[in-house]
Design a binder for this molecule. Sequence first.
Ligand code: RAM
Length: 921
Amino acid sequence: MKKNVGLDFKSFLFLIILIPFSIVSFAKTGVGKLVCEYHTNPIGIDVLKPRFSWQMIADTQNAKQVAYEIRVASSAENLSKKNNLLWTSGKVESDQSVNVAYQGTPLKSMQRAYWQVRIWDNKNKVSEWSGPAYWEMGILEKDNWKASWITMKDEAKSTTSLPAQYYRKEFSTTKKVSSARVYVTSLGLYQLFLNGKKVGDQLFTPGFTSYKKRIQYQTYNVTSMVQQKNAIGAMVGDGWYRGYLGWDGLRAYYGDQLGLLVQLRINYTDGTSETIVTDDNWKTSYGAILKADIYNGEKYDARLEMDGWVKANFNDAKWKPAGILNHSKDILVASNGLPVKATQEIKPIKTIKTPSGELVFDLGQNIVGWARIKVKGKKGDVVTLKFAEVLDKEGNFFTKNLRAAEATDIYTLKGGAEEVFEPHFTFHGFRFIKVEGPIVPTADQITGIVIHSDMKQTGTFTCSDPLINQLQKNIQWGQRDNFLDIPTDCPQRDERVGWTGDAQVFSMTAGFNFDVASFYTKWLKDLALDQQPNGEVPNIIPDMWNNKLGGVTAWGDAAVIVPWTVYKTYGDKRILEQQYASMKGWVEYMAKNAGDDYLWNQNRWHWGDWLAFHSDKPDYAGAVTEKDLIATAYFNYSTTLLSKIAAILGNTADATKYEKLAENVKKAFIKEYLTPNGRLVSHTQTAYALALSFDLIPKDLRQKSAQYFADDVKKFGHLTTGFVGTPLLCSTLSAIGRDDLAFMLLNRKQYPSWLYPVTQGATTIWERWDTQKPDGTIIDGMNSFNHYAYGAIGEWLYTHVAGLSIDPQNPGYKHTLFHPHPGGGLTNANAEFISLYGLVQSAWEIKGNDFIYKVSIPANTTGTVTLPKATLNQVLLNGSALKGVLKKNAKEVDNNVLIVLGSGTYVFSYPGAKNIIEVSK
Ligand code: RAM
């Protein structure tokens, strides 16, 4: 008997060989990449019904999920034993694998839950249960906040920046810690420390929200940091709350007192717990940060450092007791956005002595963040660092475009060993660093630190033209540099605020480049809160200006368009529900303004086609688009979207109401702005791009309007559009069958064009077409080298040039439309996108006379491929003629071949490249 139980050598070998095979065969249908509310294992969230997404893993074509089962428990052990489940979905016949909402027992404050999922595929195979993932709730009930807001009592009032405040408290534990979480926020920006170490790697916490209405707190797992004798402390700087904000030279918009709120919850292995909270037992002091302002920079005196201030047994006799601050805790919300982090380090590529004798380091890339320096010198020696995006025509350091932002960090040495400095509560937008002595670091003692909201890169676009590839890089850098907790217009001057128009026009491109789901979800909450009771959407969000600029066209429309983008890109229906009242408010606001004639044309302020091309030549002056035409066009567009959204949400009454309203606006637009001959009263590229892409031209006149549009592009030979027209320009030309003109605009290298800045060495997108003139002159004042708005061309590169688009009927890449448009002399283009389902790819190449097209469709999704200028008989799949199901699913339409496909990777090829190139010339 015994003998039979043991393994003989042969069977052992057999098993060794067999095991990997069985793993491979399990892997055929599996689940992975579990996320909850777009995050892997998030902690401290306050979404009461969190949503789960997972990826189906399959190595066969046409893989589909036909059912899923989710189970949730309060511990990993319970989950595996199926004990005390918080929720079990049972087997749900559904192909949904994205954003499935939790439906279990209501979740409690600070509760952790573990979940796992398994799926059934369309071949009736059930996967293994996924490994467990988890999420953890934050503080949900108001009375769970035991901590008090504290502040520095009797701080002298000041009209300029004040030093950062330091807070500390010591405490001991006697029992064994099983888990510890700290919940923390501030009025101003904080950095939290426990026993000498910074807690977490997040920066610019608690983030920028509409502070009077909501303030985020962050949750950190500090289990491994708690000791027997502890010191906890925080530095709090002015930040957006109390620092300078906006171009008026004003500060302290949200309050003139900084504050801190910390609640540390320690659970012990014996089942008891303890909570350490901010109260008047904490102590406070100023320290080495003498000034910390986002625009102006940080002044740090290392001689004033208080060694060991966040360690136990520090002598804080000179510190003063903190005061209790009477500030609401009802406005506290969990932080569910994307934390700001330092993501890259960049070394100078050049050390420059400018003609006027300045010592300047060139990072070779316009970044956002700061410089870390290492220096050695005497106590009291000073290093001054200044930041600039460019050198001027003569090669000197140029900061006139920063306007009032001083962007200067000053470090005073404590002396002795090598010292390392990086600032805490400021950021700069820069490529060049000017160093003023007496102490000057060398190039290898300087490092550029890149910071931004930590978005995963989801998209790549490349093609055969290096200049266009550089343009794409610049677009992506522009996004990194301006997605710093909120979508800013620019990161360097005395502005850096959430301009709604910029965000709106760039949102689709943003959603291709990086994962922005939770980033926008957070910002949209502030948009809704800062919206006026009459629905008016302020120009900037968060709006410290209290709507002083009023709600204007194409800017306020962010209320409708940005949620629509999130819905399209991630299939996120909840964002439509959450923002519905806000969207409706904005549309109703326009409707009220427009009145009975449906024209939003009263004499009021609009930015219009902001920063459009202006020419001095009288013949070419026709680039100004009337603002009220834009206003009525956008009124129609947002109303149309609202009607679609109402239908998606099952609100048929609103769907009909807004469809009617949109129709009336369209009729009014036609009557007021379109001649019976298809000409628009503003005979400009922007007007035609708007009217054609928003479907404001009756069918029988489209051809004529399209001709006027094309003629205008030809007349100028370049674009004339601004913030409003530019994002629609190439896509509208493509839509009217004029890829040739769209590519002409894309390929143009002289001003005005997208590639002109690239030829001038730009590493980000410029605010103006002529931010730097061909002769090197730079316009002073409002003129940024890092404004993403014109980068909105990125969407067209993905969707059109490479051919990868979302199907709005099946959003979030559940069904993808693949339709490449080769042209412009390009010989290849490749777009890749990491969707919630997995990698989607659209890549074409011209090889000799052959057109080769590769598509990848992730499991549990489908696609429709359009092969340009092809016939059914020509098309080869992986080198062989189309057959079987594929052949059945293929048809010829308008000289193209259309094929509906299930998941998988497919390589099509066919001759006729010459034909394709010809057509798109
Ligand atoms: C500028 C901003 C922004 C734009 C507004 C109208 O000050 O930088 O880009 O939206 O003006």
